[in-house]
Design a protein around this ligand. Sequence first.
Ligand code: AMP
Length: 284
Amino acid sequence: MNTSTTIDELKSIVHASKAKGKRVGFVPTMGALHPGHASLIERAAQACEEVVVSIFVNPTQFNNRKDFETYPLMMDKDLEVAQEAGATVVFAPHVDELYGGDLAVAPVDYGPLTSSYEGQKRKGHFDGVVAVVRKLFSAVEADAAFFGEKDLQQLAVIRKLAEDEFIGLEIAGCPLIREPDGLAMSSRNVRLVGEFRQTALALHGWLNRINNQACKPSDIQTALRAIESEAAEMEGVELEYIDVVNGLSFEPLRDGPVGPDAFAIVAAQVGGVRLIDNCALACS
Ligand code: AMP
């Protein structure tokens, strides 16, 4: 496995691969790799001969300085996980290599996609995500890029970015990977201490409760309100949002039938750790 910290070096590796007719896959990450990330790399390795994994904690997408400063870093272990999962190149640039000393990013307006839910609760978050992914897509020049459905709204934003600016780049959405007890895997889970690890299971439980109403959409609003009241009583829990949306447009589905793109989405702080989760609604 190659490692590279500069765009020039990365480009020379990728161009050499392309000259040999290899398909290039790309998996952007912020490191602290876990099996959720590994599943993306494995998917990329099944579809592509060259698999570039970027490890870069992007300062411009953090709306909360403490969250950025406490974001877990573990490069040595990450290199092992990436290689084991099938990465052929790890690109780990310094912040100046991507931003050239200027951390100002342009605002992005994709309508509700960037203004609602994560966009509303984390002001400027998607401006930073789009800025860094645009730079990374330009640096890597991949044929396909792999993103987790764990960050469902981000995936929809990236699809729009690719459609507008990176014609021909395939965006592959990959399934959300959970811990055996149902907690969505996240690099931030290591910061869930004591009883908060158990409390965090509430998010998955709430999503399941909403999914249980998928055959009776008229009851979904009642379930959402009940969950909000319950969360308000929970020690150390701050529910930011829970709702049912179209997973492509991120417009709320207030009433009416639950269609094929209906998802329940949730974000909450548990013991000071911000967690998000989602599940596709299926009437069975
Ligand atoms: P991050 O390092 O958190 O920025 O995530 C990098 C990529 O891994 C994103 O496309 C995430 O959606 C994806 N990812 C993170 N956690 C999971 C998970 N539990 N299951 C699937 N994909 C994930």
